[in-house]
Ligand binder design. Structure first.
Ligand code: CTP
Ligand code: MG
Length: 229
């Protein structure tokens, strides 16, 4: 019993532009992936973690969290969805289809336990998300660049975070089908939507940032320092 967590961590961190994939950049003196795993390993009810890594990855085995018997590794793929699928293939061979799975980006070290508990109390198919705070413009491409087509109703715009949750069998089947049919799969919810499901939106904290660009490192350090000070 308990839930599993899948951690896609096989990206190259192009937008970060560092000398190594961003999951190995130091945050508060520890590799980002190490902080994310340490956070996850403290979630009550956790059965195990599957981390998807690049086949060129030579750093993971040096992380102390990689020695935890609950942590398993698989080789990821070219896109985030391929990495998640590799982890689900691994899990489907050993766990029951109804096992709850939470997929959580390696690049989100700041997710708070209160939000994990909210997500675990929600419907079986759900994700953390944040209501948009900026006014949202739909654009169209002109010759000279993008311009506003129209303004969207902000009240119905949510920004998807992770974790995103679904039963193992359902998520595995939907992801496989969506990828096989060439759907645009940028998160787990989009694969579930493709198969006709409507994941529940669970309002998450705004400080569950995805470390993407260089300033996000300092921001994440500040969020973690304030929280655990
Ligand atoms: N990811 C993955 N496999 C890939 C691509 C991404 O497991 N082929 C993971 C990343 O390691 C990250 C998460 O998915 O933890 C979210 O992706 P993103 O923030 O886009 O990370 P990168 O793809 O590494 O960054 P970029 O898009 O800037 O290259
Ligand atoms: Mg990416």
């Amino acid at each position: 019993s308990g839930f599993w967590v899948v951690v896609p961590a096989a990206g190259v961190g192009r937008r970060m532009g560092a000398d190594r994939p961003k999951q190995y950049l130091p945050l508060l003196g520890r590799p980002l992936l190490s902080l994310t795993l340490r956070n996850i390993l403290g979630w009550p009810g956790l059965a195990g973690v599957v981390v998807a890594l690049s086949d060129r990855d030579s750093d993971f085995s040096y992380l102390s969290e990689s020695k935890d018997p609950r942590v398993h590794r698989v080789t990821g793929g070219a896109e985030r969805a391929d990495s998640v699928l590799a982890a689900l293939d691994f899990l489907a061979a050993r766990e029951a289809p109804e096992t709850p799975v939470l997929v959580h980006d390696a690049a989100r070290p700041c997710v708070a336990l209160e939000d994990i508990e909210k997500l675990l109390r929600a419907e079986p198919v759900a994700l953390l998300a944040q209501p948009a705070s900026d006014t949202v413009k739909l654009s169209r491409k002109d010759e000279s660049g993008p311009s506003v087509d129209r303004t969207l109703d902000r009240g119905s715009i949510w920004l998807a975070q992770t974790p995103q949750r679904a039963p193992l069998g359902l998520l595995h089947a939907c992801l496989r089908r969506a990828l096989a049919q060439g759907a645009e799969v940028t998160d787990e919810a989009s694969a579930l939507e493709f198969c006709g499901h409507s994941p529940r939106l669970v309002p998450g904290r705004s400080d569950n940032i995805k470390v993407t660009h260089p300033p996000d490192i300092v921001l994440a350090e500040t969020i973690l320092r304030l929280r655990y000070a």
